[in-house]
Design a protein around this ligand. Structure first.
Ligand code: CO
Length: 158
């Protein structure tokens, strides 16, 4: 509980947070396509790009709803971490991804604050992004992904 009133940026306010947006919310499913179809038909979503990650072990399908992006995770190998997640917990919220300006700085500050890191160094994510996961045990049970997009540096140039 903060002494500050809600919504008041403190000494470590928006500028030092390094977070620029909610990148996406990821949902683990056995099959992405039926959920995509439901979201398109039922909520007016738009099907976005898709790609295979982890050397074919994971199919990722993006779905857009206005400013919100969902990332549907469909494992293609029984030993993939998302397949194990589905085995133990069933389909559901897998992680929340925050877009950051400087993923290395964010990882360093999280580590310094005692947050358990799953990735000590960033690794390749979808669309040429660099991503790193922070352990849910340190963050209220939610797996958090930090995501730095490759366009970020270019975007900030004049
Ligand atoms: Co993600």
């Amino acid at each position: 509980v903060s002494e500050r009133s809600p919504g008041t940026p403190g000494a470590r306010g928006p500028e030092s947070s390094n977070v620029t947006a909610l990148s996406h919310i990821a949902i683990a499913v056995r099959e992405a396509d039926p959920l995509v179809e439901t979201l398109v038909a039922g909520l007016g979503a738009t099907r976005g790009a898709e790609e295979m990650l982890d050397e074919g072990g994971l199919r990722v399908v993006f779905v857009h709803l206005g400013p919100v992006t969902l990332e549907l995770l469909e494992p293609r190998r029984a030993d993939h971490t998302v397949a194990k997640f589905l085995d133990t917990r069933g389909p559901g919220l897998h992680h929340v991804s925050l877009e950051v300006k400087d993923i290395l700085a964010k990882l360093a500050s999280a580590r310094a604050a005692g947050v358990r890191l799953i990735d000590e160094i960033p690794r390749p994510g979808a669309h040429g992004t660099q991503v790193a996961f922070l352990h849910p045990k340190s963050l209220g049970g939610v797996l958090l992904e930090l995501c730095q997009s490759p366009q970020d540096d270019r975007r900030r140039e004049p």
